[in-house]
Write a protein that binds this ligand. Structure first.
Ligand code: ADP
Ligand code: MG
Ligand code: ZN
Length: 341
């Protein structure tokens, strides 16, 4: 059997397995339960947060017939009937996914709309998903307006975009809009842990946390990075291998950088930068890691007592105690740093 990348293999097949989008799931579940369904939805959010996934689950929810073939619209599609399986496999005639990035023009849109008025072949509801919809031309958007306002009862439109600002207000106002959130690093790391376990891959929690942070809110990016990390480490995914793979700098180097900054030691800073260049570490990534480290330190400062009066480190000569580097680094040293990589 050919290898299927983790992101595709682990695409959630029902609303319960989606992570981080509870607000959308709740609204759609209620709408499905009470059969109060809008005819056009717009899902917005950055790459890899679940737009296409939700569109497919919604298409299944609208068309699932249940294992016995008798079921109706449901918030919990069975994933077993012929409709669910066909939609999952991408071969259901009445579920149409179109990529607006490669079908931008008015001709493609007109063709799609002409076909939309015909009754579904095999479904209750024909679902059109238009991905990256902001890429459509103005003419194509205009061609859509009428149908988007009053489509036949058996048609639903799902528009998805990473860039809602580029969508004309005339289109926005005809859709029910849901903003998908970036997934938090904690939620991503937890999910990666479950997937690694199911895949029987041994993975250090710190390694998964590093992957989760590097994915910057995108579950797809996280899974692609995990794939890469498994290949890179050839089995056990450990933190060091992941850091190397990501070109991330390890926390000891970050501390050395902070120390040199604290000492205002430019020569040492430059030497550290040279050492980083030698190891082909990414400076941009280093700056991001440093920002994230400082953020984590500042969050811990109140707990470590650095805010209390009289606790200012002696070496620090500035007056803005709460923000200064000295206090921050001092807090960093006093903080248990084991898990704050
Ligand atoms: N909210 C989520 N919960 C769990 N997995 C997700 C989520 N969002 C994305 N994924 C993972 O990322 C992959 C791509 O998601 P997709 O829905 O296609 O993203 P996009 O928002 O770019 O359309 C999915 O196959 C799935 O593995
Ligand atoms: Mg998508
Ligand atoms: Zn089904």
């Amino acid at each position: 059997m050919t290898y299927q990348v983790l992101a595709r293999k682990w695409r959630p097949r029902d609303f319960q397995s989606l992570i981080g989008q509870d607000h959308v799931v709740r609204a759609l579940t209620h709408a499905l339960q009470h059969q109060r369904l809008h005819h056009a939805y717009l899902f917005t959010g950055t790459r890899g947060v679940g737009k296409t996934t939700i569109a497919r689950i919604l298409a299944k929810a609208l068309n699932c017939v249940g294992p016995d073939g008798q079921g109706g619209i449901t918030a919990t599609p069975c994933n077993a009937c012929r409709v669910c399986s066909a939609i999952d496999a991408g071969r259901f005639v009445d579920y149409i996914e179109m990529d607006a990035a490669s079908n931008r023009g008015v001709d493609e849109m007109t063709q799609l709309l002409e076909r939309a008025i015909y009754a579904p072949v095999d479904a209750r509801v024909k679902v059109y998903t238009i991905d990256e919809v902001h890429m459509l031309t103005t003419h194509a958007f205009n061609a859509m307006l009428k149908t988007l306002e009053e489509p036949p009862d058996f048609v639903k439109f799902i528009l998805a975009t990473t860039d809602p600002q580029k969508i004309p207000v005339t289109v926005l106002s005809r859709c029910l809009q849901f903003n998908l959130k970036q997934v938090t690093p904690q939620a991503i790391a937890q999910r990666l842990g479950q997937i690694a376990q199911a895949e029987q891959v041994e993975a250090e929690p710190a390694a998964l946390q590093a992957v989760a942070r590097a994915a910057r809110g995108s579950m797809r990016d996280a899974l692609s990075l995990l794939d890469q990390a498994i290949a890179y480490s050839g089995g056990r995914v450990d933190a060091q291998a992941v850091d190397q793979m990501l070109g991330a700098i390890d926390s000891t180097l970050l501390v050395q950088l902070l120390d040199a900054l604290l000492e205002r030691d430019a020569a040492r800073l430059l030497a550290l930068a040279d050492a980083m260049a030698e190891r082909s570490l990414s400076f941009a990534q280093a700056l991001r890691d440093l920002a994230s480290l400082l953020h984590r330190i500042t969050r811990r400062m109140p707990m470590s007592g650095a805010w209390r009066s009289g606790s200012r480190p002696t070496r620090c000569s500035c007056t803005t105690r709460s923000r200064c580097m000295g206090a921050t680094t001092w807090a960093w040293r006093r903080t248990n740093t084991r898990d704050s990589r």
